[in-house]
Design a protein around this ligand. Structure first.
Ligand code: AOF
Ligand code: ZN
Length: 367
């Protein structure tokens, strides 16, 4: 079997860890000796042990003289676990095929150098684009100091998320709503604006059995700490984290009442539109988040688009039309000229029952 085939398998393994490994990247590792896969694994939920350690444990003595395929450069630092580069050397691996370098300043090339110094043949850059896409959240956290943002919208064909009276359940079909939960599963956290939290009283959990072993972080952009103490989010704050993004001047006694049942309040500089979003995302990255799914509402969607913070769009379209008096998916954010429009490029489209789901990413021309 060729290198490409095994790297593809390693990428497939890494994909299974998305949404579960933060603050670490989800890495895949396949160990092959004499054409036989003797070890395979991905980063454990919570980020440790690393992929290579687990795959080497599976391979045991069979790792001697083998080739290891890893989707990210093996680490070289002494963290909570010894360096993976050292583990590969100790196990007697002969060759390591790496998709991309680790942007973490503690590693960034040192893992590969360590392997080469030990006489191991290292091949770099195989399926690098695929690996970079898979690690986008981690790379974003390390290099841009904010998590990758996916904005999910579920609308009619004319982009409405509710009628003029606020009725919104349900616009999309059960097939779409199920896929929306799978999307949550591949993200570390889900975030909504306070309007949505008050209107829907959502759980913001991933409700597909067996899909997620690390609880989803639930985030509300709640500048004045208006989240109800009797909301489902507050009631379940002990089971899965709830983080509120609030302005510094939000009432201290309100913050105290919310923190008592286990909610975390993150204080941020004031901004005319609520909280300073760039500062908010910086705080989320500092707490380790790599992939955040934003599910609206229209105000939060507009602010993110305005500040060009949307990396991916997951847009569910139901085949219906509400018309101009329905609520739009994104409020106005001051676009008067087409040159200022936020542009995306289509990555994939699929049919979900009667609905359509399109994935877009920020157009390279606009970044
Ligand atoms: C690997 N294999 O599976 C992962 C790696 O805090 P630590 O000690 O767990 O180290 C975290 C760093 O290790 C993380 O920032 C990234 O550079 C690397 N992640 N490395 O060799 C893995 N998840
Ligand atoms: Zn490691």
């Amino acid at each position: 079997m060729c290198d490409h085939h095994h790297m593809q398998a390693a990428l497939g393994l890494a994909r299974r860890g998305l949404g579960q490994c933060w603050p670490n990247p989800s890495v895949g590792c396949v160990i092959v000796r004499d054409g036989v896969v003797v070890g395979r694994s991905f980063t454990a939920p919570g980020g440790r042990p690393h992929a290579e350690t687990r795959a080497l444990a599976m391979a045991g003595d069979a790792a001697r003289g083998a080739t290891a395929y890893v989707t990210l450069e093996p680490c070289s630092h002494h963290g909570r676990t010894p360096p993976c580069a050292d583990a590969l050397i100790k196990a007697g691996v002969a060759r390591v095929v790496v998709a991309i370098c680790d942007p973490d300043p503690r590693v960034s090339g040192r893992g590969i150098a360590r392997l080469r110094d030990a006489g191991i043949e290292v091949v770099e850059g195989l399926m690098a684009d695929e690996a970079a896409a898979l690690n986008e959240g981690f790379i974003c956290r390390v290099t841009r100091r904010r998590p990758m943002i996916t904005l999910k919208l579920a609308t009619t064909l004319d982009g409405r998320i509710a009628t003029s009276t606020g009725e919104s359940q349900w616009i999309t079909a059960p097939e779409s709503r199920r896929e929306a939960h799978a999307l949550r599963g591949r993200h570390d956290a889900v975030m909504v604006g306070i309007g949505t939290a008050l209107a829907d009283d959502p759980d913001l959990t991933c409700r597909i059995a067996g899909y997620k072993s690390v609880p989803m972080v639930r985030i509300v952009a709640d500048s004045h700490l208006r989240l109800s103490l009797t909301s489902r989010l507050v009631a379940t704050a002990g089971a899965a984290p709830v983080w509120l993004l609030a302005r510094e001047d939000a009432a201290a006694e309100r913050a105290e009442a919310l923190t008592r049942p286990g909610v975390s309040v993150i204080s941020l500089p004031d901004s005319p539109t609520g909280v300073d979003l760039a500062a908010a995302l910086q705080q989320l990255a500092a707490r380790g988040l790599t992939r955040v799914l934003v599910e609206g509402g229209a105000g939060l969607a507009a602010s993110l688009l305005q500040h060009d913070l949307v990396d991916h769009l997951a847009w569910f379209h139901a085949p219906g039309v509400i018309g101009g008096d329905g609520l739009p998916a994104a409020q106005g954010f001051g676009v008067t000229q087409l040159a200022a429009m936020r542009r995306f490029e289509r990555v994939a489209t699929s049919a979900l029952g009667p609905d359509m789901l399109s994935h877009f990413r920020r157009s390279p021309a606009s970044s």
